[in-house]
Design a binder for this molecule. Structure first.
Ligand code: HAM
Length: 427
C-alpha cells in the first residue's frame, strides 16, 4: 500500500523548511517591533462561526469549507465532531477568542498576530492549496477606528513583505464605507447590472442576488468588460467615510508607501467595512494576491461581543515563497563538530563525548552507521562540520582523539579529557 499526501497539501522538507523558518523568524521580529502578540487558536471551530463571519454567500462558505465528520459520539451521546470545520482563515477564530476571553475588559486595544495553517476545499493549482499557511494580524478595541491604525496595519504588511526580500508588489486600496454605505452601494450596483444580468457568467448571475460586490472582482473576461463599462463612483459614501478614506491615504503618503486605488477591490468576505486592501504580485498569474485585509468594525458585535472596531490582514506564505524565487541551493547547514568512530569500542566513547559536547551547547553529530573514514568524512562535509573528531584504533588505546580543522585541513591529536576545552577555545 502506498500513501501520498492528500491533494492540495504538501510536505515541507529541508532545505525548503529553512526558508519557512527564516520567513517566520523575520515576521516574529517585526511583530515584536510593532508590539503585536501572538495568539494560537484551534485549527477547527464551529462551522457557524465561519458562516456568520465570512458570510453565508461568500465563496469560502459556499464552496470551500472543510467540515469534519465522524460517526463517533461523545460521553453525552452527541456526535463528537458535528458542526465543526477546519478553519479557512484566522480572523473569525481570533474574534471568537477575543469575545470568549473578555479581552475588551482587560485591555484597551488588542494587537494579535498568528502564523499557521488554514484549510479551504479549493481546486488546487499554482499558489492555491487546500492546506496553506497565513501570517496574519488583527487589531481589535473599542473606539480604535483610527486612520492611523489602518495605516499602521498596512505599513506592517508592507514591512513584512520587504523583510522577506520582496520588492515588486503592488498595494491596492479601496473603501467600502460604513455598513449603510455598503447597503446603498449594493443597491446602486444591482440597478446598474440588472440590464446586463444575462451577459454575466453563471457564478456572477448567482452573485447578483447573494453578494453583488463579488461581480466587481470576477476574473471572467466578459464580466470584467461589463464592470469596466459601469459608471461606478463613490457617490454612495457618506461624508465621514470619504474623509476617513482620505485620511488613510494621506497618512500612507506621509509614510512614503506607494499604493494604487482600485474601486473594483471589494474582497470576498462579508465582514469588511471602510478600508480594504490587497497586495498583488503580477507574475504569480491568476492567484496573484500575496495578502489582503481591511477594517471590520461590526464583526465582533455581530458574533455576540461588544461594539468594538477592528482591522487586520493575512499574507499567504506559499505565495510569498513563489514570488520570492528563493534559491534553495544557497541554504547550507552548519554544525560545530562531527564525530567519526571506527570501532564499536570507539562508538561507545564517541557517544559519551557527543552527549558531553551537546550538553555544553556544542552542535554536533555522530556517524552512527559506521563505514569507512572516507564515507564518514563525506557525512561530516554534508553536515557542514567545522571540526571532525576521529576515534581511531590508535587514539582509543591512548585515550586520545584526532581533531581535524575543516577550514585549513590541519589535524591534531589531543587527550580525550581536553576535547571540550579545546573546542570551546576554537569555536
Ligand atoms: P483572504 O484574502 O481570504 O483573506 O486570504 C489572505 C491570503 O491568504 C491571500 O491573499 C493568499 O495569499 C492566501 N490564501 C488564501 N487562500 C489560499 C489558498 N487556497 N492557497 C494558498 N494561499 C491562499 C483572509 O483570509 C482574511 N482573514 C484576511 C484578514 C485578516 N482580513 C482581516 N483580517
Amino acid at each position: 500500500m502506498k500513501f501520498t499526501v492528500p491533494r492540495g497539501t504538501r510536505d515541507i522538507l529541508y532545505p525548503e523548511i529553512v526558508l519557512w523558518q527564516q520567513i517566520e523568524d523575520r515576521a516574529r521580529r517585526i511583530f515584536s517591533v510593532y508590539n503585536y502578540r501572538e495568539v494560537r487558536t484551534p485549527i477547527f471551530e464551529e462551522t457557524e462561526l465561519f458562516e456568520r463571519s465570512m458570510g453565508e454567500s461568500s465563496d469560502v462558505v459556499q464552496k470551500q469549507m472543510l467540515n469534519l465528520a465522524s460517526q463517533k459520539v461523545d460521553v453525552d451521546g452527541k456526535p463528537l465532531l458535528s458542526g465543526l470545520s477546519l478553519r479557512p482563515e484566522g480572523t473569525a477564530a481570533v474574534v471568537r477568542s477575543y469575545i470568549q476571553n473578555n479581552l475588551h475588559k482587560k485591555e484597551r486595544i488588542s494587537k494579535f498576530f498568528y502564523i499557521g495553517p488554514m484549510f479551504r476545499g479549493e481546486r488546487p493549482q499554482k499558489g492555491r492549496l487546500r492546506q496553506f499557511h497565513q501570517i496574519g494580524v488583527e487589531v481589535i478595541g473599542a473606539n480604535t477606528a483610527s486612520p492611523y491604525l489602518d495605516a499602521e496595519v498596512i505599513a506592517l504588511s508592507v514591512e513584512l513583505l520587504k523583510s522577506f526580500g520582496l520588492k515588486r508588489f503592488k498595494l491596492k486600496i479601496n473603501t467600502l464605507g460604513s455598513s449603510s454605505d455598503k447597503d446603498k452601494f449594493s443597491g446602486i450596483l444591482r440597478s446598474l447590472l440588472e440590464p446586463k444580468i444575462s451577459l454575466l457568467c453563471d457564478d456572477c448571475q448567482q452573485r447578483f442576488d447573494r453578494n453583488v460586490f463579488r461581480v466587481l472582482d470576477c476574473k471572467n473576461k466578459r464580466c470584467r468588460d461589463i464592470v469596466n463599462s459601469l459608471d461606478i463612483n463613490y457617490s454612495y459614501l457618506s461624508e465621514e467615510s470619504i474623509q476617513y478614506y482620505e485620511q488613510v491615504k494621506a497618512i500612507l503618503r506621509d509614510l512614503g508607501i506607494e499604493f494604487e486605488e482600485s474601486m473594483s477591490l471589494v474582497r470576498g468576505l462579508d465582514y469588511y467595512t471602510h478600508i480594504v486592501f490587497e497586495i498583488a504580485f503580477d507574475s504569480l498569474g491568476s492567484q496573484d494576491a500575496l495578502g489582503a485585509g481591511g477594517r471590520y468594525n461590526n464583526l465582533v458585535h455581530e458574533l455576540g461581543g461588544p461594539q468594538v472596531d477592528a482591522v487586520g490582514f493575512a499574507l499567504g506564505i506559499e505565495r510569498i515563497l513563489l514570488a520570492g524565487h528563493y534559491d534553495e541551493n544557497t541554504i547550507s547547514s552548519h554544525i560545530d563538530c562531527f564525530i567519526i568512530s571506527m570501532e564499536s569500542v570507539g562508538l561507545r566513547q564517541a557517544f559519551i563525548l557527543l552527549n558531553k559536547l551537546r550538553s555544553n551547547g556544542i552542535c554536533c553529530d555522530l556517524g552512527y552507521i559506521g563505514g569507512s573514514i572516507k564515507s564518514q568524512m563525506r557525512m561530516a562535509n554534508r553536515a557542514g562540520a567545522r571540526f571532525v573528531i576521529i576515534f581511531g584504533e590508535e587514539e582509543i588505546k591512548n585515550n586520545e582523539i584526532t581533531v581535524k580543522d575543516m577550514n585549513d585541513g590541519s589535524q591534531k591529536r589531543i587527550s580525550l579529557s581536553n576535547v571540550l576545552q579545546y573546542l570551546k577555545e576554537k569555536l
